[in-house]
Design a binder for this molecule. Structure first.
Ligand SMILES: *[C@@H]1O[C@H](CO)[C@@H](O)[C@H](O)[C@H]1NC(C)=O
Ligand SMILES: *[C@@H]1O[C@H](CO)[C@@H](O)[C@H](O)[C@H]1NC(C)=O
Length: 341
């Protein structure tokens, strides 16, 4: 994408820019992901990563027992689980009835929630909902992931584009605020004229709804599984830059979030101080895509579900090779769909 297009994009943002957008100096960071071994011949794989490796705490993972992660409290795990359930609800938005938050999975875990809006964008098919809970003083924006994880893992492309605030970000993800659902399609569509009208239309729905609904003491929760996690982070940055939101009123929970950008972008995300809980389930393949060898790096906030009992450690170093990266290349697509339950 040319810088010109970003100029057009920024000019189209009618809201006051509350945060100066300064490009960070280039950073060099260690890219932690070092495959522990090579896959046995014939192992089904995508991009050098196994697609269906059976999780085993002892055999497939290097030094899990020595991982640098710090165990998190039970109440913290409960919190991560709670919002994982809300992320799951984004796959059931069809069953909402008007403003009534009803579905066959976890809606009843969130009593008092009212649906403000659902979205399913026509061109890129980003699906999700916006809801409010006055008991919790919470606004929820929840994004669904790709409808096909298998296609996602196989077809993901690695192209990046410059992010206005610094660094490079995955092209499909950036396009995907809030459009992207299928990265492959998105990446090809970015060059289609007329895209920006579509982009603005959908981004404005989330942005304007949230800005108009946020009251004093309320907290915005941005939540997403898979690609929806990337979109949630990008949307959090958008609120940070354009609405002046910060970690006093915004919190982000992602589950199986792919790598979103390069080290400069990761550093920018870190620097905002936004609270982002980036949960990875065991040997889920998606957080290892795009591979770090392609210049991608995670931002901070890794919470790794390190065993099948569901215990979680906070990994202070992003891409720490003793946390989720220790599973590479023994990864799995099914693990992407298993966040505790
Ligand atoms: C993955 O492996 C499990 C157990 O080995 C097997 O039951 C399942 O069918 C496999 N799934 C795919 C998509 O290959
Ligand atoms: C972001 O923060 C994490 C955690 O403090 C750190 O490990 C990582 O190196 C930082 N990333 C960059 C690019 O500075």
């Amino acid at each position: 994408m040319t810088p010109l297009r970003f100029t057009a994009l920024l000019a189209a943002t009618q809201l006051v820019i509350a945060r100066p957008i300064a490009a960070p100096a280039k950073v060099t960071v260690k890219q932690g992901e070092q495959p522990t071994a090579t896959l046995p011949k014939g192992t089904p794989q995508a991009h050098g990563l196994a697609t269906n490796w059976t999780w085993s705490e002892s055999s497939s993972v290097k030094s899990v027992s020595k991982n640098n992660g710090v165990p998190v409290s039970i109440s913290q795990v409960d919190d991560l689980k709670k919002f994982a359930r809300l992320a799951t609800v984004a796959y059931c938005t069809d069953s909402f009835q008007g403003t009534s938050f009803t579905c066959k999975n976890y809606c009843s875990d969130f009593p008092g929630t009212i649906v403000l809006s659902t979205f399913d964008t026509p061109e890129y098919g980003t699906v999700g909902f916006i809801a409010r809970n006055d008991n919790q003083k919470a606004i929820y924006v929840v994004y669904r992931g790709s409808s096909s994880t298998t296609n996602f893992a196989q077809d993901i492309k690695f192209a990046t584009t410059s992010y206005p605030a610094g660094g490079e970000v995955h092209l499909g993800s950036f396009v995907g605020i809030p459009h992207a659902d299928q990265w492959k399609i998105t990446i090809f569509h970015i060059i289609v004229p007329g895209f920006y009208e579509n982009y603005e239309e959908s981004r404005d729905l989330v942005y304007n709804t949230v800005v108009s609904q946020m009251k004093k003491g309320y907290k915005l929760h941005l939540i997403g599984h898979s690609l929806g996690g990337s979109v949630a982070v990008l949307q959090a940055l958008d609120f940070y830059q354009n609405a002046g939101f910060d970690n006093s009123n915004t919190i982000t929970y992602t589950y199986g979030e792919p790598r979103l950008g390069d080290p400069d972008f990761a550093r920018y995300v870190n620097k905002t101080g936004l609270r982002i809980f980036r949960t990875i389930s065991m040997n889920d393949i998606v957080p290892h895509l795009p591979p770090s060898a392609f210049g991608y790096l995670h931002h901070s906030g890794e919470y790794w579900i390190k065993n099948s009992a569901g215990d979680v450690v906070l990994c202070a170093i992003a891409d720490d090779d003793t946390c989720a990266d220790s599973t590479v290349p023994f990864t799995s697509i099914p693990a992407h769909l298993l966040y505790w339950e």
